[in-house]
Design a protein. Structure first.
Lengths: 410, 410
């Protein structure tokens, strides 16, 4: 089964917002063996949308649209799909009443503009949207399926989840793919290391990002067989790349660190300077992180480093805030202050200003303090302010993972 | 001038990564009056890429590709473009030598796979990439332009910036557009409030997101005239929406708060529970934020709330961690602990678990403490864990903006 996704929106074509819907739809369809063969983004213009729908119906089995279902006059997807199929829009009191009930539930008043939500394409089934006002719609056209989805990602997901089983069947077991996730090596290093095994692994691609490099592998066969083959490939990669592999598929560095802390019954505290709270934010993105994360200090100003984290004035004077000893004292200090088993710290120059020849923008020290053992590393990251912050955060989380796994005391 | 962007990548079609390139290219081209009339994403397949390039050249003046220039065998954009145009790939020692020098600069070893970077499409100009290894390429075909860009966003931006003036001319002054950014009102509320003025404002769209709702307006005319018309429209919107308008275009809530703090010479400290560091992270995303942001405490565990922020045990016992008095004591406590003029706090239930009938998932209290005045608000946010965190963070930043603007003491 092949699908084409049509995203509607001037705000996406104009670059004002990033198209997240596309990744959500693609991932969910891929899991079920549907290949997304193309994605097209078009403006909020009835003729453009309508033309793309006609073209997509010629080549794909499933055509999805996202966006353009809002209450304002620039939202015209309903009209465009109806036109492409030569169908009418019919007002449904039942659908409209649901919208009114939803508004009342949320304590919002009903406006004229909301009336639009009640219009349904003739012959289409209405799919409930648990996260917003605009319902989705699904219809059949000459043996092909059309699915109309609202634009806001959460709403799109809510509608899509209700119909996935019906349009794409259950998650496929005949052909499995897996992402092996690594941190600490570059794409070319991984490529060279795995290249001798290429006939065994048949890797589908190497995907570098700020979270490290991912390696995609695939295997097919009957239930069980595909999984065995895939596991064999994964083991080969783990043998070669060692602890640079931190997980697979949906695993994130922060969730993996959380799993390790939970298993070892360890608690964590963070002391952040250049990352400004990002490390704590990532760690608390993981549901249940309150089981091991106690809290931390954002020590942006040196006074806070001294007062709360016990970084000595002499250290700051002699070595500066961005230095090995400061990072060390911050990690050890927050561990003690909060009473945690593990303390993390970051201190660096995120830029764009503040760099010197000796301490350039991108210079970051990161430390992990365990009982009786503190490890500090130094990196010079490339990129802008936000990229330096992100690389620092992921690197210190990865460092904690490695340090804890390598044993509490050396 | 009209442009089409072709994004290449199985990892994008498979939904493993979100396409950020597209938004970067679209925004930069729009600023210069080039309209992006379509975006297409295709797999890493030579024939698919090549076919889309041919189709795009039929309708657009400018065709851009992004992605598929890496060192591994699944990167085939160079080959596909050459094929579409009936041109050869030529090895350039000069280009390859630059890649080698770059690798040496970064302290990395040269691998066989890097050779690929040296191949250039016949007749194309090579455009330097300051942020990575794969250079861009630009060529003319029957009066139309083709620009080949690397996939990683920072590299794409680096190459694009070098040629923007040549392909699109300087930023246009004849037709100006502006985004008026609001926080605190819903899309339909804004629509109803501004609808009576629609003939004056001619709004182009309303764009809701987690950062609030943006209203796009446009004006054209000679230099000066367009700006005057635009300012008139902006003033009208500000009159109607009041302090729900926090800025325009590139302004973010965190940057606007920073500007206000700087102007009023106030310092800031944060006490975060459910946001886990996100507020500090957003505030420190702003360059120069060390001028007013001193730091804060992530008080995830109740012990940290008590020990560092002076939240009383009685309050926690009687009202719980997620309550009005806890939020108040956190904001006041962090203000005192850090010695800042303004203290912010968040405490809530981000989910997915931990909710009760009285305190459901999404319930968040946020507080802002100024000298002699603390304001606490309560919200029940919809959405998943990350969305609750984000809404809490932006809401408390917006609350600080309003509180400081409305006067330090009431």
């Amino acid at each position: 089964m092949e699908a084409i996704l049509i995203t509607v929106g001037d705000e996406i074509l104009g670059g004002q917002i990033v198209n997240r819907d596309f990744a959500i739809v693609s991932r969910k369809l891929s899991e079920r063996g549907v290949s997304v063969i193309k994605e097209v983004t078009v403006p909020d213009r009835k003729e453009d949308i309508s033309e793309e729908i006609k073209k997509a119906l010629e080549v794909a089995d499933l055509v999805l649209t996202s966006g353009g279902l809002g209450p304002t006059p620039d939202d015209v997807t309903r009209e465009a799909v109806a036109e492409a199929l030569g169908r009418k829009l019919v007002f449904s009191k039942e659908v409209y009443d649901k919208v009114i009930r939803r508004l009342e539930e949320w304590g919002l008043s009903v406006k004229d503009a909301h009336k639009k939500y009640g219009f349904v394409i003739e012959g289409f089934e209405v799919i409930d949207n648990d996260a917003g006002l605009a319902p989705g719609m699904m219809g059949d056209v000459n043996g092909k399926k059309i699915l109309i989805l609202p634009g806001p990602p959460r709403e799109l997901e809510s509608v899509l989840d209700r119909v996935l089983d019906r349009i794409a069947g259950p998650v496929s077991e005949k052909s499995l793919s897996r992402r092996i996730k690594t941190f600490g090596l570059r794409e070319t290093e991984i490529y060279e290391l795995l290249n001798p095994l290429r006939d065994v692994l048949e890797p589908l691609g190497y995907y570098p990002s700020i979270y490290g490099v991912e390696i995609e592998i695939r295997a097919s066969g009957d239930t069980g067989e595909a999984e065995d083959k895939l596991r064999f490939k994964e083991e080969k990669i783990r043998e070669v790349l060692g602890d640079n592999v931190y997980g697979v598929d949906g695993d994130t560095l922060e969730a993996v660190l959380g799993r390790i802390l939970r298993e070892k019954k360890l608690t964590l505290a963070t002391a952040e300077s250049c990352t400004g709270g990002l490390v704590g934010n990532l760690i608390t993105d993981v549901p249940g992180s309150s089981d091991y994360y106690l809290g931390g200090v954002v020590a942006y100003h040196n006074d806070v480093k001294m007062k709360l984290l016990d970084v000595s004035e002499a250290t700051l004077r002699e070595f500066g805030a961005v230095s090995e000893p400061t990072a060390r004292q911050m990690a050890e200090g927050v561990r003690k202050l909060i009473g945690a088993d593990v303390g993390l710290s970051t201190t660096g120059i995120a830029g764009p200003t503040g760099g010197t020849p000796e301490k350039p923008v991108g210079l970051v020290y990161m430390a992990v303090a365990l009982e009786g053992k503190t490890r500090v590393i130094k990196r010079i990251f490339r990129g802008n302010r936000l990229e330096v912050k992100k690389q620092s955060a992921y690197t210190v989380i990865d460092l904690a993972r490695r340090e804890i796994l390598s044993g509490k005391n050396e």
